[in-house]
Design a protein around this ligand. Structure first.
Ligand code: TZP
Ligand code: MG
Length: 221
């Protein structure tokens, strides 16, 4: 299976507008069409995050998404499921604090795989970096209805985490066209977005606007 090869600089650029899937926002539209629209609109990274699917089902979804992501030079990682990442040939995995440990995911997927970790504090961020994480997802920054068990992270916490680590940080949780500009000055390399992309009526247009706002916010840091 083709695996894209992504350098640390590629991964940092990928953090700019990181699209995270959730089929519960799609209102019957197909996941592959929606991800295609997000990539067309300028998403720079994709995470397949489909709670409640089996590993076989995640592998099948990932195999559909990989060609369209790679055609645009966009990495695809799988939420939580290291085995699905390995079997599908996805570019890597994203793990939370209670999922497979970063080092174990790296061991399973190999040195070229992308391993991202969710962190909420400076201590968690430093531990993930020391364990070999390629990037961090930090949040929830703003109110979100996509995930219920979130840890609140303030913009000040985000800035402290970004200053403490060398790996890039993408900010998650309630990021929308309204909230994204407030990430300016935090040191985040970009934003990770679920509903403001995948619940949108016109996913491509919504993604394009978020991409523009992310470029402005990151440039003005
Ligand atoms: N982790 C922290 S908040 C969140 C995740 C997966 C959900 C973000 O969803 P949305 O719709 O972009 O607020
Ligand atoms: Mg998880």
């Amino acid at each position: 299976v083709f695996r894209g090869s992504f350098s640390p600089a590629d991964i940092r650029r990928g953090m700019l507008l990181y699209a995270v899937t959730d089929r519960s926002w799609l209102r019957g539209r197909s996941l592959v069409d929606c991800v295609r629209a997000a990539v067309a609109g300028g998403a720079t990274f994709v995470q397949l995050r489909e709670k409640g699917l089996s590993t076989d089902e995640i592998v099948a979804e990932a195999r559909q998404l990989l060609p369209l992501c790679h055609a645009a030079g966009v990495p695809l990682v799988i939420d939580d499921d290291v085995e699905a990442a390995r079997r599908s040939g996805a570019d890597g995995v994203h793990v939370g604090q209670s999922d497979t440990a970063c080092a174990a995911a790296r061991e399973a997927l190999g040195p070229d795989a992308i391993v991202g970790v969710s962190a909420h504090t400076v201590d968690e961020a430093l531990a993930a970096q020391a364990a070999g994480a390629d990037y961090l997802g930090v949040g929830a920054l703003f109110g979100t209805s996509t995930k219920s068990d979130t840890v609140a992270v303030s913009l000040e916490d985000l800035a402290r985490i970004c200053a403490a680590v060398d790996i890039p940080v993408t900010a998650i949780g309630g990021v929308s066209a309204r909230t994204l500009p407030s990430l300016a000055g935090t040191g985040a390399a970009g934003a990770a977005v679920v509903s403001a992309i995948f619940a949108a009526e016109d996913i491509e247009a919504a993604t394009r606007e978020l991409r523009r706002l992310a470029e402005d916010a990151v440039e003005s840091r």
